[in-house]
Design a protein around this ligand. Sequence first.
Ligand SMILES: Nc1ncnc2c1ncn2[C@@H]1O[C@H](COP(=O)(O)OP(=O)(O)O)[C@@H](O)[C@H]1O
Ligand SMILES: C=C(OP(=O)(O)O)C(=O)O
Ligand SMILES: [Mn+2]
Length: 532
Amino acid sequence: MKKFRVNPNKRLEDQGITGASAVYYNLLEPALVEAAVKRGEGQIGLGGAFLASTGTHTGRSPKDKFVVRSDTVENTIWWENNAPMTPDAFDRLYEDMLAHVKGRELFVQDLYGGADPAHRLDVRVVTELAWHGLFIRHMLRRPDASELESFAPEFTIINCPSFKADPARHGCRSETVIALNFDRKLILIANTAYAGENKKSVFTLLNYLLPAKGIMPMHCSANHALDNPEDAAVFFGLSGTGKTTLSADPSRILIGDDEHGWSDKGIFNFEGGCYAKTINLDAEAEPEIYATTHRFASVVENMVFDPDTLELDFTDDSLTANTRVAYPLDAISNASDTSLGGVPRNIIMLTCDAFGVLPPIARLTPAQAMYHFLSGFTSKVAGTEQGVTEPQPTFSTCFGAPFMPRRPEVYGKLLQQKIAKFGAECWLVNTGWTGGAYGSGSRMPIKATRALLSAALDGSLKTAEFRRDPNFGFDVPVSVPGVADVLLDPRRTWEDPKAYDVQAAKLVAMFAENFAQYVPFIDDEVRQAAIG
Ligand SMILES: Nc1ncnc2c1ncn2[C@@H]1O[C@H](COP(=O)(O)OP(=O)(O)O)[C@@H](O)[C@H]1O
Ligand SMILES: C=C(OP(=O)(O)O)C(=O)O
Ligand SMILES: [Mn+2]
């Protein structure tokens, strides 16, 4: 007997969305590809991937993201980091978007955010674009047909790229808007077709909801040892620091590449797919990710291709440096089939230091880990945010400030408690510049980063000889097999060591200045670990 692919009591009309010319519920991948092609949203590429381009918005628009300010969230949202919108402005936006979608086709995907059934969020994603439905179906977790019949969405996202917001009427900044309303349990996205907004919206929701349940939400990738899910590692990092690249390690099992939760049972992926950058992707260095760009129904975003041969150009950044491919986790042969792991034995904090000051790896005490987690020093790389065209040093607290609705110390305290309870080893890894700052030095060789991570994760690095870094006070290994000794001492990689000292002193001062905001919220141990 054919099963319904939607809960008959939860059709869009029940949610107040009426007048669409057609509503397609929970189409499978082939039907979504077909619909996207038929609607002229893009075309099929080699191997059956769907090739989409997003026009003016090829990265996230963090400045256009808003949270509706009301009594219920007044004391829980970090307003200095989340732009407020009034409930009335949101309601007008909602009403205008509902009027706009009348007569249009809509695609509905009912999905889970969270691989642990005890902590997952049931989200309904309503999209104007069929390929956005395909994208989010890859990225989140797909209920089976029987689960769909009783699926009750807790939050709904409505994403309508053809709708232009009006700042005067909708209380936003431009025609583009991403508005979160925790009272109405609704997210509205307009005037951007960048697919990443969909997944990062769900992440923002979970970052709000899970701390209330004692779960630490993390902007990190994760993997575990072959044959041992209890030997898990997480890799925190802002966009471009290497979460996706470094978690896809052929000698380990991939749990996920971007968003995870840490409960007392262990870690769980929020998602069911990956969203990898394809710029300069090397088929030999990353064969599995490369293969997904030629896989049926993968979503290839903003890549330039030859119109005659459909050959993808991995080096072409003329649309954006943020070219992407989205695919379900099972496209990767060494991916976990549960998306779960034990409590992390190793916590890696990835930073992309464009100043070329930080060492390629350092061991952190729990207090130092807290200091670096709250600081979140890194560089924004070209492309993932609108307007960023070269590495831009930044302090992005929790290694993901744009996605954190609560105050940083909420996440900091949770992480601190979990590290104290379970005793993870913590490491800071610089995947950014060596031999000088951006412009004179070069990006850290991936091979070296991988060798250092292998040594950290297999436990061999613990017994290495360490030196104390004079600027930051953490311990840095002196020698690691497979890595040139000189690379481990950034000062020696600079042509002019004095220039290194000047740059290091500047960076220390930047850290100290930035950290002042957290001093009232930390304990003595972290205060002692603070530098400067
Ligand atoms: N040492 C390094 N470690 C990790 N990534 C590196 C390194 N050097 C260069 N890269 C490049 O930096 C980018 C990291 O991006 P990605 O793994 O997608 O990061 P994230 O998932 O954190 O956004 C990739 O394009 C990768 O090839
Ligand atoms: C999708 C994103 O994440 P990341 O670059 O970390 O993969 C993003 O920041 O838009
Ligand atoms: Mn990534």
